[in-house]
Design a protein around this ligand. Structure first.
Ligand SMILES: [Zn+2]
Length: 101
């Protein structure tokens, strides 16, 4: 039996057949990150939940702090965006030139 690749729509299933495949897939990725429990930067327990956009609350140590809108700190997108490379430092000419060695 051939297994077909099933995209994990998760919470985006609530949209049914609407809005298209890719936007729903992207939305599901973000909402999954938003709703999961995060690691607390204060007590290191995985007990931080989002209470509002950018506001996070730890259920263990009762810390309430700001973060990103949908995640605590690290960006979800790890793919490199083409054309957004850091500026290359031009090679220094003349200093390391080994002449007559
Ligand atoms: Zn905590």
């Amino acid at each position: 039996m051939v297994k077909l690749k099933i995209e994990k729509l998760g919470s985006a299933k609530r949209f049914g057949a609407r809005y298209g495949r890719k936007p729903k897939y992207e939305f599901a990725k973000i909402e999954k990150e938003q709703r999961k429990r995060h690691k607390c930067p204060y007590c290191n327990n995985v007990a931080v939940k989002r209470i509002a956009m950018g506001i996070w609350h730890c259920r263990k140590c009762d810390a309430k702090f700001t973060g990103k809108a949908y995640t605590i700190a690290k960006p979800i997108m790890t793919e490199a965006v083409p054309g957004e490379k850091t500026e290359e430092i031009p090679e220094e000419i003349g200093e390391d030139a080994e002449e007559g060695a």
